[in-house]
Design a protein around this ligand. Structure first.
Ligand SMILES: Nc1ncnc2c1ncn2[C@@H]1O[C@H](COP(=O)(O)OP(=O)(O)O)[C@@H](O)[C@H]1O
Ligand SMILES: [Mg+2]
Length: 326
């Protein structure tokens, strides 16, 4: 497939969407929009409301309040014009388990009014070209997950929903699924992707909405979220190469700790500190650890601490090392 330019326009608009299950407020005033061609992540801990959210957008559940439009149409009540344009991989995918992978996909294609070429293309796209004669029952977990993806794609939808597609996969299967997802994005399709794996969101998503307790607590590109948390980078230098006093004297060093055999310099100006440190220490001895989406996520989804606990130091490492404030 040749990469296509990203299509213009808006795929999804949510405005004040809410949903209750009895006493449980699963979604509480969720608003955001997703551009066409965007790889959009929905992140949040278990029970945050991710599945509820995507199923409302898919038209599988009805919101109690607010409005949802998908390609300018309401997904509820069920809208067949829309169903043709969306592909859904649910958390528990249903298969025709007694069929072979190929028979399964051909059947799904037929149900969608798509042809055998479409089934062939989907099977190859997910890397199951060699497994077409295997029975669905005999596929490994990762292969089934990829077949589920092929099932969601077979009719070449413009908008694809994937609800924790890598939840049960080993690292290798996860990486190979990522490659498929990048390819789909390259084809200009819009992808809505729920996960609780942060590395995944960081590696794949253009933007992520972090939801916790049914509300959007942050929405931005992974890079911007990481920057907005203003978590400092950490430079690690073996303690036999530099003294704490020397480290503290470096321009841009905000905090200096000793952890194990390392002098740890926290800074929001890693480049400046690196240049200075390199005058004292061989560059190869310096390790850099930058902030990750995980830092941002943990802070955003943390349950608010009781008032008395608010004085705790924010850096979890402060307790582990000897602290030397400038
Ligand atoms: N069909 C349902 N009936 C009652 N409660 C539900 C139902 N589906 C989800 N919930 C509740 O709504 C909240 C959000 O669930 P869900 O959307 O599945 O979250 P996530 O996918 O982020 O784990 C949870 O508290 C869950 O127990
Ligand atoms: Mg879920």
């Amino acid at each position: 497939m040749t990469p296509q330019p990203r299509p213009a326009g808006t795929a999804i608009v949510l405005d004040g969407v809410s949903k209750h299950y009895g006493e449980v407020r699963a979604l509480d005033g969720v608003s955001f929009s997703v551009a066409q061609g965007e790889f959009f992540g929905v992140l949040g801990p278990n029970g945050a409301g991710k599945t509820t959210l995507v199923e409302i957008v898919e038209g599988m559940r009805k919101a109690d309040g607010g409005t949802v439009t998908v390609f300018g149409m309401s997904p509820w009540p069920r809208n067949t014009a829309l169903l043709r344009r969306i592909g859904v991989q649910t958390q528990t995918s249903a298969f025709f388990t007694r069929l072979t992978a190929w028979e399964h996909l051909e059947t799904v294609a037929a149900l969608h009014g798509a042809d055998r070429d479409a089934a062939r293309h989907a099977l190859e796209l997910v890397g199951l070209g060699g497994k077409e004669r295997s029975r669905v029952d005999d596929l490994s977990g990762g292969q089934r997950q990829r077949l589920a993806l092929a099932t969601a794609l077979v009719h070449q939808p413009d908008l694809i929903f994937l609800d924790e597609p890598t939840a049960a996969l080993d690292p290798e299967a996860r990486r190979s699924l990522w490659a498929v997802l990048r390819e789909l994005r390259g084809e200009g399709r819009t992808i809505v992707y729920t996960t609780h794996y942060l590395d995944e969101a960081e590696a794949l998503c253009d933007r992520v909405a972090i939801i916790a307790g049914g509300k959007v607590v942050a929405l931005d590109s992974p890079g911007a979220l990481i920057r907005s948390m203003a978590a400092p980078a950490r430079l690690l230098i073996p303690a036999d190469r530099i003294t704490v006093e020397q480290a503290r004297a470096l321009d841009g060093a905000e905090r200096v700790l000793v952890e194990g055999g390392e002098v740890v310099i926290e800074t929001r100006h890693a480049n400046r500190v690196l240049v200075e440190a390199a005058a004292l220490v061989d560059m190869d001895a310096i390790q850099t650890r930058t902030a990750t989406l995980e830092d941002a996520y943990l802070r955003l989804t943390a349950t608010p601490p009781p008032a008395a606990a608010e004085e705790r130091p924010t850096a979890p490492t402060a307790a582990a090392g000897t602290e030397h404030r400038r």
